[in-house]
Design a binder for this molecule. Structure first.
Ligand code: FPP
Length: 248
């Protein structure tokens, strides 16, 4: 059991997840892709409690990318319907979790936007943790939007070009309310970031596993955190600097 091996004083504050493998999970069982997404939604629901109990403050999941709009209409419609059906404010209230979104919500169907807004408003004062769902999100889209915001501030004279720094960009991103992820987990055996949190993951530890998202459970989560805890985060410094010795 990986949970028993964890150093509870070094739990990542923010975990980001690329929930991949729903389609393959379904195919291997002779089921429809939609069934894979249903099972993936259950996996997400089931992980919320372990995340909260381990003291992970922020969980950010990639549910629908800008590029996912290009999937067959049938699958896009199934995913939108599933999100509408499964976005359950009670689940967040029971877990005292604040629900947030990043992405171009204006592209979502109106009825889904209404549910999203209801969840945002109702859970705004919950304190145990924050679940951020990336919906119609891509990092390049987010960076283009941030660039436009900054350019407008320069244009209207409220910002000088030479005053633009990393914080200006951080503050202009959809994720301005989040710390950068400490750990990014990608399930489903692919080794790429797929346009997710590219700026924010500059110093994030990356963890890839073969498990398809619907099979990802508390034990898998603890295994990923245990793996993270074996690493030394140096943020560009030397190992000696990090452990506080004066050796060169
Ligand atoms: C990637 O698997 C997964 C998705 C595109 C959708 C993930 C969405 C959910 C799990 C629903 C989240 C629900 C709520 C309520 C926030 P894939 O289809 O790319 O799998 P494949 O690579 O095996 O084809």
């Amino acid at each position: 059991m990986y949970k028993e091996k964890l150093d509870l004083t070094r739990i990542p504050q923010h975990i980001a997840v690329i929930m991949d493998g729903n389609g393959r999970w379904a195919k291997e069982r002779g089921m429809k892709r939609r069934d894979g997404h249903v099972a993936g939604t259950e996996a997400l629901k089931n992980i919320l409690k372990p995340v909260r109990d381990l003291g992970i403050k922020y969980l950010t999941v990639y549910a629908f990318s800008t590029e996912n709009w290009n999937r067959p209409d049938e699958e896009v419609e199934a995913l939108m319907a599933l999100l509408y059906e499964k976005l359950d404010v009670n689940l967040f209230m029971e877990n005292d979790v604040r629900f947030c979104v990043i992405g171009d919500v204006s592209r979502l169907p109106q009825h889904l936007q209404a549910v999203v807004n209801h969840c945002l408003e109702t859970t705004a004062n919950n304190t145990k943790g924050t679940l951020t769902v990336a919906l119609s999100y891509s990092s390049k889209w987010e960076l283009v939007e941030a660039t436009k915001k900054i350019a407008r501030r320069v244009q209207d004279g409220t910002l000088q070009v030479d005053d633009i720094n990393e914080s200006t960009i951080d503050e202009s991103l959809n994720t301005s309310f989040l710390p950068d992820p400490d750990l990014l987990i990608r399930t489903g055996g692919e080794y790429r970031l797929s346009n997710f949190l590219l700026w924010q993951c500059a110093y994030t530890e990356l963890y890839f596993c073969d498990t398809y998202w619907p099979d990802f459970d508390e034990e898998e989560l603890c295994k990923a955190i245990w793996n993270y805890q074996q690493r030394e985060r140096r943020f560009g410094k030397t190992s000696e600097q990090v452990i506080g010795t004066t050796e060169q």
